[in-house]
Design a protein. Structure first.
Ligand code: NAG
Ligand code: NAG
Ligand code: NAG
Ligand code: NAG
Ligand code: NAG
Ligand code: NAG
Ligand code: NAG
Ligand code: NAG
Ligand code: NAG
Ligand code: NAG
Ligand code: NAG
Ligand code: NAG
Length: 600
């Protein structure tokens, strides 16, 4: 007897009565004989160390300790924040520690400071022996908020605890303050004996500066009122959520930073079949509208930007054993996305309130979205002095979407291709000069899903590619800077569902390959390159949404380099244990571009 892939999901969904969010491709390890060790195990997301992590913090502020037990439907937990007194710092790290023991679903969580989101994270599925992890994030770019006295830190982590789902998430949050300049001074005594160290340190300072460039002077949160978390809950594509803002008239640069995660019927949006497939086969699943999604940013009625998010897979996703103890790319520190809104300053600088809103194309319930509007103001132009700006050429953005599908019963294929292309130029006249900027952007999305063997085998192939080129010209027309950023998010998932010999159970086989690839090239600035790839393979026997037994391997390669720093790590895990782990922070044949180095 063949158990049908889709029927499996349908019955699986139908038999699940919800106070919990629905989970498709989504499991817990309840029932799994987890007996590998009796010790609490550390989970981790592979990333490079923070550039200042080897310095001793000038001060540490342990701001919150909280056990998230039955928190479903409750407002966020909060604590009062003020920067430490008498502490000199230039950089700040947020440290989010968590531990849990028992059985539990992965949960989504976020940390807001003064209403601005500073971390979106998800939890790892615990085991009976217990697990713990640490997320360290450079939050220096939120400096203009971190200097404020007596503001509120809020944390949302909705969890449900009962006889079956016993895992409570225990969370500690700290801020670590670093003085990178002070290290410069303390290092001067080493100077004569080690000039190289000194130079490296200077470059470190420069590099830290260029990482996000200078932090914004002002950050305006575009977020909800906080009663259900400060994020907006987007249920479908006709919803546009946002807030009205008034920005200072001496603003010369504006960037919107968007935090986003997908849940419920859209948690695995990239694997959803089209509605026609569902209807044709009389399926009752609500996970349709496949398989293109795009987050849109509006100012008033105008679309001003968009992004296709990296598909972050939470730790119950696809095969929960993939994520023991190496979690999926972005699972502990979900990426945020920056869109330059400077071209629209002409619209925003009129002193009036403008609506900044977010929507998700083709979405079904639900998406959690909010944003921070980072503003740089001309400090040599004190209000009511006004920065002047004007859009020049505005080639109408091109948008194309092509969908095709062909099905015979539960077999067949569906393809979606989307392309967005825009080019614009504008000038800004501030006390920094009369600068003209040209921004070219191209976003390409391609998805193909194939169903075989009466729908019991499903192959998903998705590619997202983005290219952004920014050129800044001086008033004499000379190029001041030119930056090119390329990003690629390829994703391949193969999954097969078979009847299992055990009664009422299903055998599921899967293979996943996904990657975050990014290259930044800059004339007169810093360049960097990042490749972060995971390949997972596994099997499991499931009953309802519980994994009874199985096996999995995960291999990850992480490789980062910029003008001064390199970091690479090759790590793998098999059946919940790390088997190989090699890290290297030496730059192999480093192509040092800094003039100061060639002088050595
Ligand atoms: C699991 O743990 C129990 C008790 O700690 C032990 O009796 C049993 O032998 C273990 N099973 C395996 C497969 O390691
Ligand atoms: C601030 O710190 C410095 C050096 O650590 C110390 O000398 C000074 O007394 C401190 N001031 C206050 C007000 O605590
Ligand atoms: C968080 O974890 C790190 C290491 O994993 C540890 O050094 C730090 O003390 C922990 N912080 C808190 C507040 O528990
Ligand atoms: C949180 O901090 C408390 C007190 O310092 C400590 O006992 C606990 O182990 C910490 N938990 C985590 C997850 O870091
Ligand atoms: C901090 O803010 C709270 C409420 O917003 C207020 O009750 C409290 O007095 C403030 N504390 C200080 C030191 O300003
Ligand atoms: C806050 O937002 C929620 C959800 O949008 C809404 O239901 C609630 O009424 C709002 N509360 C306040 C005090 O505005
Ligand atoms: C979208 O959701 C709103 C409720 O938030 C509902 O009123 C509306 O009918 C929905 N639209 C579609 C197309 O489903
Ligand atoms: C779907 O339902 C319709 C009407 O009940 C029926 O005519 C059709 O044969 C069904 N299709 C499949 C594939 O079961
Ligand atoms: C830029 O602003 C300065 C000072 O306000 C003004 O003198 C100059 O004419 C402006 N340049 C252009 C090209 O508008
Ligand atoms: C394919 O699945 C349908 C629906 O469950 C079933 O009626 C049909 O017999 C299956 N065909 C084969 C060849 O297994
Ligand atoms: C499978 O389970 C059903 C109901 O629980 C039972 O009637 C049937 O005998 C079982 N079959 C086997 C092969 O164990
Ligand atoms: C781990 O490393 C060993 C030797 O270094 C190698 O033989 C093995 O293939 C590696 N395993 C994985 C899963 O990469």
């Amino acid at each position: 007897m063949a158990i049908l892939f889709f029927f499996f999901f349908v019955s699986f969904i139908a038999s699940f009565s919800f106070s919990l969010p629905e989970h498709h491709f989504h499991f817990t390890k309840h029932g799994l004989r987890q007996n590998t060790s009796s010790q609490s195990q550390q989970y981790l997301e592979i990333t490079r160390p923070l550039p200042f992590a080897n310095l001793a913090p000038s001060c540490t502020f342990h701001i919150l300790t909280h056990d998230f037990g039955n928190t479903m439907g409750l407002p966020p937990v909060s604590a009062s924040y003020s920067p430490p007194a008498n502490c000199s710092w230039t950089h700040v790290a947020l440290q989010f520690n968590a531990s849990s023991k028992g059985t539990q679903y992965d949960r989504i969580a976020a940390v807001w400071l003064g209403g601005a989101e500073i971390l979106r994270t998800s939890t790892a599925d615990p085991t009976n022996e217990g697990i713990f992890w640490t997320v360290s994030k450079d939050v220096t770019r939120y400096c203009s908020i971190l200097v404020n006295q007596n503001i509120s830190l809020s944390v949302m982590l909705e969890n449900l605890v009962n006889d079956i789902y016993t895992g409570v998430y225990q969370v500690n949050i700290s801020f670590l303050y670093y003085d990178v300049k002070k290290r410069d001074v303390s290092l001067s005594s080493y100077l004569d004996s080690n000039r190289k160290l000194k130079l490296k340190n200077e470059v470190l300072v420069n590099n830290l500066r260029s990482e996000y460039e200078q932090p914004a002077d002002l950050i305006l949160p575009i977020s909800g009122n906080g009663s259900e978390g400060f994020w907006f809950r987007i249920l479908n594509e006709s919803e546009l959520h946002g807030q009205r803002v008034i920005i200072p008239k001496n603003t010369y640069k504006a960037v919107i930073e968007i935090y986003v995660s997908s849940h419920g019927y859209d948690e695995f949006w990239y694997s959803n079949p089209p509605d026609s497939y569902i209807q044709m086969n009389n399926l009752t699943t609500k996970r349709g509208h496949g398989a293109y999604r795009e987050v849109l940013v509006n100012i008033d009625e105008n679309l001003v930007g968009s992004l296709v998010p990296f598909p972050v897979i939470f730790t119950g996703g696809i095969n929960p054993m993939y994520w023991e103890p190496l979690v999926s790319i972005g699972a502990f520190d979900l990426p945020s996305y920056n869109i330059d809104l400077t071209p629209y300053l002409g619209l925003l600088l009129d002193g009036e309130a403008h609506f900044l809103g977010f929507g998700v194309n083709d979405s079904i319930p639900f998406w959690l979205v909010d944003a921070n509007l980072h503003l740089w103001v001309d400090n040599n132009c004190a209000l009511p002095c006004k920065v002047h700006t004007k859009a020049l050429a505005f080639r109408t953005p091109k948008f194309k979407i092509k969908r095709s599908s062909s099905f015979l019963g539960l077999d067949g294929s569906v393809e979606v291709e989307m392309k967005r292309k825009s080019e614009m130029s504008f000038w800004v006249n501030s006390t920094a000069g009369y600068l003209t900027t040209i921004i070219k952007r191209e976003l390409k999305f391609k998805s193909k899903i194939n169903f075989y063997l009466n729908g019991t085998e499903k192959n998903i192939k998705q590619k997202v590619k983005e290219e952004i080129e920014v050129r800044v010209l001086s008033d004499s027309g000379g190029t001041i800077s030119q930056t090119k950023v390329k990003r690629k998010f390829p994703l391949t998932i193969i999954s097969k569902t078979l009847a299992s010999r055990e009664n009422g159970t299903t055998l599921m086989l899967s293979d996943l390959d996904h990657e975050w690839k990014e290259k930044k090239k800059s004339d007169g600035g810093s360049s960097s390159s990042l490749t972060n790839r995971q390949h997972c393979n596994g099997w499991m026997v499931v009953q309802d949404h519980n994994v009874i037994h199985g096996g999995a391997t995960t291999q990850q390669t992480y490789s980062y380099s910029d003008d001064v720093d390199c970091y690479s790590r090759i790590i793998s895990a098999a059946n919940g244990k790390l088997v190989n782990d090699t890290a290297n922070s030496l730059c192999a044949a480093a192509p040092l571009k800094f003039g100061s180095f060639s002088a050595l």
